[in-house]
Design a protein around this ligand. Structure first.
Ligand SMILES: Cc1cc2nc3c(=O)[nH]c(=O)nc-3n(C[C@H](O)[C@H](O)[C@H](O)COP(=O)(O)OP(=O)(O)OC[C@H]3O[C@@H](n4cnc5c(N)ncnc54)[C@H](O)[C@@H]3O)c2cc1C
Length: 347
């Protein structure tokens, strides 16, 4: 009989991130299809009562909490100690957690300490005939595998954005406090601050409806024999501001900064989509001035509806990579779109 533990850390304001609700949805679905299983939650943070209350109407039967200022920051030693203590208190066999950078760093190590196994980047969890199976993508999202394991404990890290978020409502939850004694060695690392771009400078928006991809064409000589970088920057920034799209890029464009050429200053390697970049999840994608080569488009695996604007009618997008290809000048098209968005009061 499985005891499924959902592990979560609270945000700085004491709330739970959407990724926790997604992991909870996956765990609750698993629990429903596994007869005799138990579903419990472990929360880690300064104070976890509000977080527990916010999901109190879920099918969870027990809440465990590790609380206090020592457990507020993301720190390997204290996070690992807390996860291990909750795991033992819950007598769990399966642990489901969101693959946040915090948990992805810690939980495989905890699995090792407990003699278990960990699977990361999981995009689906199911149970058939009493056996749990997880799915994940391999070879840069080209192949999907379904895995089963007899080893317990089994730590399963769910990729954010791969599940619907559970809309379990609020209530009052009884949280059992789990004491975690910490040696001084566990507290050697201190978090002195967080550096993050200002909200309007943040171009990567995982929750956006649209992924807007810029390719190297934005920096190339155009029909007049000239490059138009300042114009490209204005058009792209204008579109992002009006549409609230997430900004992706081809490798060629982000690489140009490393090669000392003039580039768009708001792009970094974090924006790169593809084989050696990211595989974002958005309902729609619009590629501009990008050729649509396989190492790039493999990063579009989880983009549902794909459109591209390229001057080249023989580009990769035309060869089955996009649902719609506009053979057109992206400078002209996006400028026009910006105008229409402005007329619609969106700019
Ligand atoms: C091992 C390996 C890993 C790689 N990993 C990645 C990866 O993760 N991500 C990635 O992106 N690439 C990756 N690449 C590189 C990839 O193969 C391509 O070189 C790259 O994606 C090309 O970028 P691009 O399409 O922006 O540029 P280009 O190939 O230069 O294409 C520019 C396009 O813009 C069009 N264009 C120009 N002006 C306009 C205009 N005004 N309007 C409309 N269209 C216009 C041109 O017609 C052209 O099609 C990898 C390559 C290798 C070998």
């Amino acid at each position: 009989m499985e005891t499924i533990l959902v592990l979560a850390h609270t945000e700085t304001d004491g709330s739970l991130a959407k990724s926790v609700r997604e992991a909870l949805h996956a765990a609750a679905t698993l629990h429903k299809s596994l007869a005799g299983s138990k579903l419990v939650v472990g929360l880690i943070g300064d104070n976890v009562q509000a977080a527990a209350n916010s999901i109190a109407a879920s099918p969870v039967t027990k809440y465990f909490g590790v609380t206090g200022a020592d457990f507020t920051p993301s720190r390997y030693a204290t996070d690992a100690a807390a996860a291990e203590a909750v795991f033992k208190a819950a007598q769990a066999t399966v642990v489901v957690a969101p693959a946040t950078s915090r948990w992805a760093r810690v939980l495989p190590g905890v699995a090792q300490r407990l003699g278990g196994r960990a699977d990361t980047h999981v995009t689906g969890v199911s149970a058939e005939g009493g056996k749990i199976a997880v799915s994940r993508w391999h070879y840069r999202q080209r192949m999907e595998a379904v895995l089963q394991r007899s080893q317990r404990p089994w730590f399963i890290l769910i990729d954010p954005g791969s599940q619907p978020a559970c809309d379990c409502g609020a209530g009052t939850a009884a949280v059992e406090n789990v004491a975690v004694p910490l040696s001084d060695a566990c507290k050697r690392t201190t978090v002195v601050g967080v550096r993050a771009p200002a909200a309007d400078a943040q171009t990567i928006r995982p929750d956006a409806q649209l992924l807007f991809v810029t390719g190297a064409g934005w920096t190339k000589k155009q029909a007049d024999g000239q490059t138009h970088l300042p114009e490209a920057e204005t058009i792209i920034r204008g579109f992002l501001k009006a549409s609230r799209a997430s900004l992706g890029s081809s490798k060629s464009l982000v690489d140009q900064s490393g090669e000392g050429q003039a580039v768009l200053p708001f792009l970094s390697h974090l924006n790169q989509v593809g084989q050696t970049g990211a595989t974002p999840r958005h309902p729609k994608g619009l590629s501009t001035c990008c050729h649509g080569e396989e190492p790039h488009t493999v990063g579009w695996r989880f983009i549902n509806e794909r459109r591209a604007i390229s001057l080249d009618p023989n580009c990769g997008w035309a060869r089955g990579k996009a649902d719609v290809l506009y053979v057109a000048d992206a400078f002209a098209v996006i400028s026009k779109v910006n105008e229409l968005l402005a007329a619609d009061g969106k700019a």
